[in-house]
Design a binder for this molecule. Sequence first.
Ligand code: ADP
Length: 321
Amino acid sequence: MTALPDFAIEAKGLVKIYPASKTTPAKTALNRVDLVVPRGSIFGLLGPNGAGKSTFINILAGLTRKSAGEVRLWGIDIDQHPRSARAAIGVVPQELAADVFFTPRESLELQAGLYGVPKGERRTMEVLNALGLGDKADAYVRQLSGGMKRRLMVAKAMVHNPPILILDEPTAGVDVELRRQLWSYVQALNNAGVTIVLTTHYLEEAQALCDRIAIINRGEVVASEPTAALLRRLDTRAVVITPQEPLEHAPALDGFEGKLRPDGRLAISFKSEAASVEAVLSAVRAAGVQIRDLATEDPDLEDVFLALTYSDPAQGDPTRD
Ligand code: ADP
């Protein structure tokens, strides 16, 4: 037995440039990405559409060739030992591509064959049972509900017993009920020792499920840390006040900074861990501003990406070029 790796996945300096075509210029989809996924984690790769999430996963899965950089899966370099590196992962693709002419049992047997799992070592029923599909082993796939089809996709990715399971946007277009069901299966697999990586553009999903989150935007990793630490960093809310009388400029506030918006409202950002709406309102009243109306705002994911990706040019940022 070799020792288990500390990291299920390690990417160093990963670059992907899609070459130019007649109609589109060359596109850098991943720009020197460094990322490690600790063994045993449920790791969320979060980013808006076009961030580079699928490109990253497709490189791991061997579906896309990287332009530069190194990747290790379960400690194995994908260039040096492509077959054994890929055997360490199971990938659940974004598209639902169900084999309607097969039963789940046949579908899994076929997949195991593709992975070269010998007949005597196949665990078809064990995998189906683990995903709650044991009683559907011999039903036609076209008779399965949407949720069962999703679970069958996960089962197919697990036939060769990989220590890492990768799910690309597992709950895109899936209703709330089904989403929760899938989450609980993913958690059960993780409890059984499988390292999970999932991509999503829902902060809520990453937050609910993942113990670590990396945020990727425009091909660059802008954060990668334990979920709790990331959420603390994102914990910014704003109180937005409509003043009784129009303000000429933002008043000086004790302990807070107000910004006057073009619509005449005064916005004051604060960390909800460190201050309360009441404290903000006291500071506003103390500055002599009478409040006609007020609202609170939570940051949305776009704000978060912007906050983590761009610095205020007026202040400058020596860490970015
Ligand atoms: P995500 O999965 O985060 O939505 P993708 O990895 O699909 O992002 O895409 C990253 C960027 O690379 C996008 O700008 C996308 O348009 C571009 N891209 C993806 N696949 C291709 C391709 N086959 N050819 C050219 N550009 C691509």
